[in-house]
Design a binder for this molecule. Structure first.
Ligand code: G3P
Ligand code: MG
Length: 356
């Protein structure tokens, strides 16, 4: 690890840089802090040439709980205050489409029981339903899963034969891929009514335009494209991107074509543009609009497909660390970072050396 040469003191100077940190595989592994993470944040919180805070935000394809709850958990794990203004998770961007669906029935997928329903309702989606609600309404929808007591207690009583689903949001990683794929296939072919007539061509047909009864086909949004992510296990785990591939493969086998969808999350431009605003506001919150030039942003990530690709496309500098998905022994990364570092502390020190 490069020795950290202290620079001539620049006390009080407005830092010329800011950081966006990925979480899984960079700051955390499972629910534990990666040791280098606390040392890196200590530098950014003041142990640096300016003596002031160097602004940073967290940008993750993770999710499943409210921003408030996740920030509180991150604060206790990392030992530094992580505020909601410093935090973007996979589905935070859904706040920008609440007006469109506030009072329309939407299906929210992922997480345990009704975790993501609560997040969706907190955003302002007032008719958010889960696939467990569907199974509680009619167990025949998917005969291979009996609701557990805790699942049943999380459900709402809804008659889905009278409730056309207007959109399906995959907030977080689904727990029961089979149940969720079955129900997505139902609503995508029937214009939103579960058990309703399929569009012309029907289930066996090759028609993929299920305009049924004049209903528009439900909008389908995925919030995290990660095929793999770094959790506690030695090898990377399948992420929400794996679920999307599985759904589209089944849907295509059944109807002859994939279902159109919107993708949010790293590396999509939508998520990075959304994050640029968050980072800009955080910098101004610390240093006011006096900053006569926007800071140079460094993204530190462990996944070339999401962190490095997205940062490079956003015009940021990118640092790929070796504590997560990417394994340097597997050869060069699929997207070339500005720099590679063993861990997030080395990444931060390299960036600061480069800027001061
Ligand atoms: O579900 C979380 C995973 O997809 C990746 O999270 O923090 O590495 O973007 P993160
Ligand atoms: Mg990661």
């Amino acid at each position: 690890c490069r020795s950290y040469q202290s620079k001539p003191p620049l006390k009080g100077a407005i830092p010329p840089l800011a950081f966006a940190f990925d979480i899984d595989g960079v700051l955390l592994r499972g629910s534990q802090a990666i040791p280098a993470a606390k040392r890196a944040l200590t530098i950014l919180e003041g142990a640096n040439p300016t003596g002031s805070k160097i602004p940073y935000i967290l940008l993750t394809n993770g999710g499943g709980t409210s921003e408030e709850a996740r920030c509180s958990k991150l604060t206790s794990i990392l030992g530094f205050e992580i505020g909601e203004k410093q935090f973007v998770q996979s589905h935070t961007i859904l706040k920008t489409i609440v007006d469109k669906y506030a009072n329309l029935p939407v299906l929210v997928l992922g997480g345990r029981n009704d975790e993501v329903r609560k997040v969706a309702e907190g955003y302002g989606f007032n008719k958010a339903y889960t696939t467990l609600d569907v199974l509680a309404w009619n167990p025949a929808v998917w005969p291979f899963h009996d609701l557990t007591e805790s699942e049943r207690q999380s459900t709402k009583e809804v008659d889905f034969s009278q409730t056309p689903i207007a959109a399906a949001f995959v907030f977080h990683d689904p727990r029961n891929w089979a149940l969720d794929i079955q129900i997505l296939c139902d609503i995508c072919q029937s214009g939103g009514i579960i058990g309703g007539q399929y569009g012309s061509g029907g289930a066996a047909g090759r028609d993929s335009t299920p305009q049924t009864g004049g209903r528009r086909r439900p909008e389908l949004i995925f919030c995290n494209p990660d095929l793999l992510w770094k959790a506690n296990f030695e090898r990377p785990r399948l992420g929400q991107g794996g679920f999307k591939i599985a759904f589209q493969a089944v849907y295509k086998a059944v109807t002859g074509s994939e279902y159109p969808y919107v993708q949010f999350g790293k590396p999509t431009e939508a998520t990075y543009q959304f994050t640029k605003k968050v980072l800009h506001d955080r910098f101004n919150e610390l240093y006011g609009p006096v900053a006569d030039r926007p800071p140079h942003v460094y993204m530190v990530g462990d996944n070339p497909e999401s962190d490095i690709a997205g940062a490079n496309a956003a015009g940021w500098s990118s640092v790929l660390v070796h504590t997560g998905v990417y394994d340097p022994q597997q050869g060069p990364p699929s997207h070339t970072p500005t720099h590679q570092a063993s861990d997030v502390e080395e990444a931060v020190k390299w960036a600061i050396e480069r800027e001061f």
